[in-house]
Design a protein around this ligand. Structure first.
Ligand code: FES
Length: 275
């Protein structure tokens, strides 16, 4: 049985080799503000997405084939034309009908975000308190990083990256087939909204740290792999702005869903340029 935390030799800021000061930190800046804002933004997204996923209504505009990303792929018998070739396996009645129609994609999308380096950096600082912040003592006696349960689970992020790529492909298909009108080809403001969302989703996904590893990780000689090196260089450039894309896609996803919901509910009409 290991000794109680208080009796164990401290590490990090509790290490005997560090200056022993009574204050938790001597920092005077508002070091908690940024991670709290990220947590709040992410929590707002989760609440909105969950509420919409369980609403099971106003997710599709049949005339223009606009499908919100929160319902794609649509797996319920109630999806109708919103599900062109996906099996409609969720029944209309009973307990199974309560499952969100996009049950195949939503859990992976949520876990992709939840394990994203950017978001985990924020909730490590605010909720988990390890590390709390630079030069701020944390309540844990020892820093173990992501080497133990439960944080070792974060290593699954690379697999959620692959799922996110597949889901981005599905969203791309949705955005392409939305160029419709009741008379054939059509193009409206909704198309711009769907396209903008899917482009930003791709940028966010490709700028992921796991993508950087997939494209250039483990290479010992970049000179022997010029194509992979070039791809890795481009991904690395996007990766430097991953935080920005994380925020933008929270906004574009919610806005796209809201736009489709508003059209479907008849709150206003789509601005049509063609058809
Ligand atoms: S999605 Fe943010 S690090 Fe992978």
């Amino acid at each position: 049985m290991s000794a109680p935390a208080a009796n164990r030799p401290g590490t990090g800021v509790f290490s005997p080799t560090r200056a022993q000061i009574p204050q938790r930190t001597l920092r005077t800046d508002n070091w908690l503000k940024s991670p709290i804002l990220i947590d709040l933004g992410f929590a707002a997204f989760i609440i909105y997405a969950t509420a919409r996923a369980f609403q099971r209504d106003h997710f599709y505009v049949a005339d223009y084939h606009y499908l919100t990303p929160f319902y794609s792929p649509c797996l319920s018998v109630k999806c109708g034309a919103a599900s062109e070739f996906w099996p409609q396996i969720l029944p209309a009645d009973g307990l199974l009908s309560l499952i969100p129609y996009a049950a195949l994609s939503l859990p992976f999308l949520l876990l992709f975000r939840l394990t994203c380096y950017y978001y985990r950096g924020a909730y490590y600082r605010t909720v988990w308190q390890s590390p709390t912040a630079c030069a701020v003592a944390e309540p844990h006696a020892k820093y173990t990083g992501e080497t133990r349960l439960p944080l070792i689970i974060q290593n699954t992020h690379r697999y959620f990256f692959y799922a996110a790529v597949l889901i981005s492909l599905i969203n791309t298909y949705d955005a392409i087939v939305a160029f419709r009108s009741p008379t054939g080809f059509g193009f409206g403001l909704g198309n711009l909204v769907l396209l903008g969302n899917v482009i930003m989703l791709w940028i966010y996904t490709v700028s992921c740290h796991s993508c950087r590893h997939v494209t250039g990780g483990r290479l010992k000689h970049f000179s022997k792999h010029p194509v992979r090196y070039w791809i890795w260089t481009q991904v690395s450039k996007l990766n430097t702005r991953h935080k920005l894309f994380a925020w933008i896609t929270l906004g574009t996803l919610m806005f796209t869903d809201f736009y489709v919901m508003a059209l479907s509910a008849g709150w206003f009409s789509d601005l049509r340029f063609v058809g």
